[in-house]
Design a protein around this ligand. Structure first.
Ligand SMILES: Cc1ncc(COP(=O)(O)O)c(C=O)c1O
Length: 402
């Protein structure tokens, strides 16, 4: 029961907001001024990447921004820049099928509102990132998890199948109220892409039950093998909402600019776009200066992605180096994204382990259960951590773990 439980507030906001033990310990650790090797950093603007600050600030000084030109989809010049982003990936997305939003989270809201009545269900991958619960609850949507399974074959053996969707379990999870399946492509924190065969299967499962796909592609450009993964933005098998934005693609979360694209069979797409237009017109969220600067901001992704991928690759190499010569801990296969999952001996709960890493080694990592790992023995580290902190932090962590 919350302190202010009362008929005055909606049930959907009746959250237990007591900080968990790890958050409390972290706050105490920081307050005591103790050293901290934070291996969970995810804010790219605080990770030592260099940005073209002049270009970014100049782009915001546009006199056109003194004029108000409301458009439910967002300014056409900004949408053309987004279409250009897809064109550079050899994917044709029409400016008419793009809606600008202030964040991917807002994009989820638009998709949920377009598809779901209160109490309707949306399937989400497990493990995945923790924001979904709040996003869904606020929209009165019920989340139902479908498992991702990991092949246990050794990462370096060359025959590692890594993560894949458990389609049997996914189909079992579908009910008459299921409206959509969310895929995170590549997923956070497992770092795996949805494979072409899985996309085909998803299309057939969703088409058979009149379900949509919501594809979160905020990490799409961060494929470690350098190969471009296909976007869902051109998926035509079923109604598909594809979400992305500047926060990860260009490392500019503070700009608050994202988008949602709609694809699929023509009749469904037309209907979805018409409904989305009303939702977007009701809020008209994106502001003019940011929309006008969108072409410049999107251009920033080139320099950012190069730096980021080089950081992620260097940290992964360092991780592999430190993991050789022992058998207790291993790193699960990473195909893309900003995170690595460590498999560690499950001799105590992940929470106990992360607390001990913090107090005895001054290292902060996330326990697997934050991301809905179903069992203990998994820790998540951020691969965008500055190299020196990453290397020192991993060494200190392995000191305790191995
Ligand atoms: C998979 C995934 N989707 C969406 C987001 C949020 O993106 P935005 O800042 O555009 O809301 C995050 C943030 O970490 C994420 O990991």
């Amino acid at each position: 029961m919350t302190l202010f439980e009362s008929f005055m507030f909606a049930d959907r906001t009746n959250w237990d907001l007591t900080p968990n033990r790890l958050s409390q310990a972290l706050a105490a650790h920081r307050a005591a001024g103790k050293p901290l090797l934070d291996l969970t950093v995810s804010n790219p603007t605080e990770c030592g990447f260099s940005y073209d600050s002049q270009a970014i600030l100049e782009a915001l000084r546009n006199t056109e921004a003194l004029r108000y030109e409301p458009n439910p989809r967002g300014l056409e010049s900004a949408r053309r820049a987004v279409a250009g982003y897809y064109a550079a990936r050899n994917e044709a997305v029409s400016v008419e099928d793009i809606f600008l939003t202030t964040s991917t989270s807002e994009g989820y809201t638009y998709a949920f509102r377009t598809l779901c009545n209160p109490g309707d269900e949306v399937l989400i991958p497990s493990p995945s990132y923790p924001l979904f619960d709040f996003l869904a609850e606020i929209q009165d949507v019920k989340l139902v998890r479908y498992p991702l399974v990991y092949s246990t074959r050794a990462r370096k053996a060359g025959n590692d199948h890594g993560w894949q969707i458990d389609f049997h379990a996914l189909e079992q999870a579908i009910t008459a109220r299921t409206r959509a399946v969310i895929v995170v492509h590549p997923n956070n924190p497992t770092g795996h892409f949805t494979k072409p065969a899985e996309i085909t299967k998803l299309n057939s499962v969703c088409a058979a039950r009149e379900m949509a796909i919501i594809a979160d592609e905020v990490f799409l450009d961060f494929a470690l093998d350098g190969n471009r993964a296909e976007s869902f933005a051109t998926n035509s098998g079923v109604l598909t909402f594809t979400l992305s934005g500047l926060s990860k693609i260009a490392g500019l979360p503070q700009i608050k600019a994202a988008w949602l694209t709609v694809s699929g069979p023509q009749d469904l797409k037309r209907e979805a776009v018409a409904r989305l237009e009303v939702i977007a017109d009701t809020y008209l969220s994106p502001n003019a200066p940011v929309q006008l600067a969108m072409p410049v901001f999107l251009e920033q992704r080139r320099g950012f992605q190069e730096q980021l991928l080089s950081r992620v690759r260097a940290n992964l190499e360092e991780l592999d180096r430190q993991l050789t010569n022992q058998n207790a801990c291993s790193c699960l296969a990473v195909e893309g994204g900003w995170y690595a999952v460590l498999r560690v001996p499950a001799v105590r709960s992940d929470e106990e382990l992360t607390l001990e890493l913090l107090t005895s080694q001054n290292v902060y990592v996330h326990p697997g259960h934050f991301y809905d790992f179903p069992v203990d023995g998994f820790l998540v580290v951020s691969l965008i951590t500055p190299e020196i902190n990453f290397s020192t932090g991993i060494a200190a962590a392995l000191n305790l773990l191995c």
